[in-house]
Design a protein around this ligand. Sequence first.
Ligand code: SF4
Ligand code: SF4
Length: 198
Amino acid sequence: MKRREPLTLWEQLYLPQVVGGLMVIIYKFWRNLTLHGLHVFGIAKNTRAAITVQYPDEQKLYPDNYRGSHRLTLKEDGSVRCTSCFLCATACPAHCIFIEAGEHPDPHVEKFPLRYEIDTLRCIYCGMCVEACPCDAIRMDTYVHPKIWGYKRADFIETKAVLINRSKVLAERGRGALLHDLLEEYKRLDNEEVRVAR
Ligand code: SF4
Ligand code: SF4
């Protein structure tokens, strides 16, 4: 193994690194200030200045391949595609999918989930469940990030109804609707907390 050379006295002062870091900050500051100023007058519009997104008031659209919260996909008649085969639960490395299978009243459909729940506190959003599903019954294309607000474990359990509703909202109101609703929910809870604190 190669032995590490000890730092020289000049290196131990860290002065070049400190000055170098300051130069980068000063350069970025003036560059951004100048570009934003020019953009106000319609100049150099194609040169991008650094932008901080003021989340959650401003939102950036997630890319198409964003892996978001789960949803259960639906058939044309509005029923779940899931056949309770348990492949997703078996593939899940976090063991956070709970399925209770039931006999379907339609003799052409073998089984369906009476209960389908995901414990999002355990989920690592790996997508293995989506990969494992043979009938495209579960997807993570909701563009919604995991819920971060709750006071008890049950607040983070996504039930069959929640997972189905996401598919309905997506189909009826489009891609931005789920995130919009989630943020409205956060605002409502925030206001409630402020009221309780007063
Ligand atoms: S994303 Fe991964 S951890 Fe989460 S439910 Fe699916 S398989 Fe389990
Ligand atoms: S979501 Fe897919 S893999 Fe999971 S139980 Fe239903 S059909 Fe099987």
